[in-house]
Design a protein around this ligand. Structure first.
Ligand SMILES: Cc1cc2nc3c(=O)[nH]c(=O)nc-3n(C[C@H](O)[C@H](O)[C@H](O)COP(=O)(O)O)c2cc1C
Length: 345
């Protein structure tokens, strides 16, 4: 592993091919799974900017996936063009239903399947899914093994430190997931009750990475390019998984890995383009709802973020949103290098 201390080192490393199971990606920057944010329209926008290796869907219910109709579902839906680099994330608590969902995902032609062992939202954990599976480690490992048996495409596991701050537990779980057949891990170094309020402990990424021989993507609080350099240098992880910043700046992959320099009009362009993609994929009410979920992250880029956000989302139709975008963003408002994190809910 070479030392990474400059933007150029980072870009070079991010553009180094990486084998994941029986497939290879040519770029090590990936979009983290995000329910309600990483939808088909945002992914299309990110794809237009380029510069990433993989995109992940938000979590889909494993019980629903086998019968789900992509033509009507708002989550289990994709563009054919993105399938070669799209990973579908599922949540569930039963090995058989997770395996059945994985089979459908492979048949549809996704790059791979990702198992959600990290979500700490009460509604998910109450059903024994997401991060709750880190309280039943044997079952979590059984799920990985069942999914491995069901498919030949890459199997990813996304997980956290656990429910207590015990780095050894995370390292042991990583090894058990690898032994059960996982091809890659995304590790978010926080304990489950922490819902992004305390800083992630990147040093545990190193522990996890050192415990396995499969690729590990580091995740958590990558806000600016200096953070990317620091995480790579500190942890020597195999790739970077970006969540909220990819919503705030959908061009971030092209910026970090391809040296793309965004112009002053990038904010106006991006917001407007997203409205058109949302309107293309969804009916107006749902498109407005999705835009309003995106808006706080996007407005966090601006010095007067709260004021702009308030005015931007004051509309009930996409046409109204577009009018607001023209009024507020055409003359490039002042921006921040690191976004206003109070809007990163
Ligand atoms: C609104 C939102 C929805 C999320 N949904 C999921 C999800 O469906 N599956 C998952 O594994 N993680 C989910 N996450 C967690 C992210 O994948 C990621 O681990 C977290 O945001 C930390 O990375 P970041 O600092 O780059 O945002 C979600 C995060 C946010 C903010």
């Amino acid at each position: 592993m070479t030392t990474i201390t400059t933007k150029l080192d980072l870009a070079r490393y991010l553009n180094t091919p990486l084998s994941i199971g029986n497939k290879t990606i040519n770029n090590r920057m990936v979009l983290a799974p995000m329910a309600g944010l990483g939808h088909i329209a945002l992914r299309e926008l990110i794809s237009e900017f380029g510069g990433f290796g993989l995109l992940f869907t938000g979590m889909c219910s494993a019980r629903a996936v086998p019968q789900e109709n992509p033509a009507v579902s708002n989550v289990f839906t994709w563009r054919t063009a993105e399938l070669p680099f799209l990973v579908c994330q599922i949540f569930g608590s039963q090995p058989e239903s997770m395996a059945a969902a994985a089979r459908r995902i492979e048949t549809e032609g996704f790059f791979g399947v990702d198992l959600n062992f990290g979500c700490s939202v009460a509604a998910i954990c109450k059903k024994g899914c997401g991060a709750a599976l880190l309280k039943t480690p044997d079952l979590a490992v059984e799920i990985v093994a069942a999914v491995r048996q069901a498919v030949s495409c890459p199997v990813f596991v996304k997980f956290r430190t656990g429910w207590e701050n015990n780095p050894q537990f995370a390292a042991d779980m990583a090894k058990r997931f690898e032994d059960a057949g996982a091809d890659a891990l995304t590790f978010h170094p926080r304990v489950a009750p922490d819902r992004r309020n305390r800083p992630p402990r990147w040093e545990i990424i190193t522990r996890v990475k050192d415990a396995v021989s499969i690729p590990v993507f580091g995740n958590g609080n990558l806000f600016n390019i200096a953070d990317g350099i620091k995480m790579m240098d500190q942890t020597a992880c195999h790739g970077l998984s970006l969540g909220r910043m990819a919503v705030a700046r959908p061009w971030i992959f092209a910026h970090w890995s391809k040296g793309m320099l965004p112009g002053d009009d990038i904010y106006h362009f991006t917001a407007l383009r997203l409205t058109h993609l949302l309107s293309h994929h969804y009916e107006d009410r749902f498109a407005v709802k999705m835009f309003k979920k995106f808006a706080p992250y996007f407005c966090a880029n601006f010095k007067f973020s709260q004021a702009i956000l308030k005015k931007l989302i004051k509309a009930d139709t996409m046409e109204g949103i577009r009018t607001n975008i023209d009024l507020l963003l055409k003359n490039s408002p002042e921006t921040l290098i690191t976004p206003n994190l109070t809007l990163f809910v």
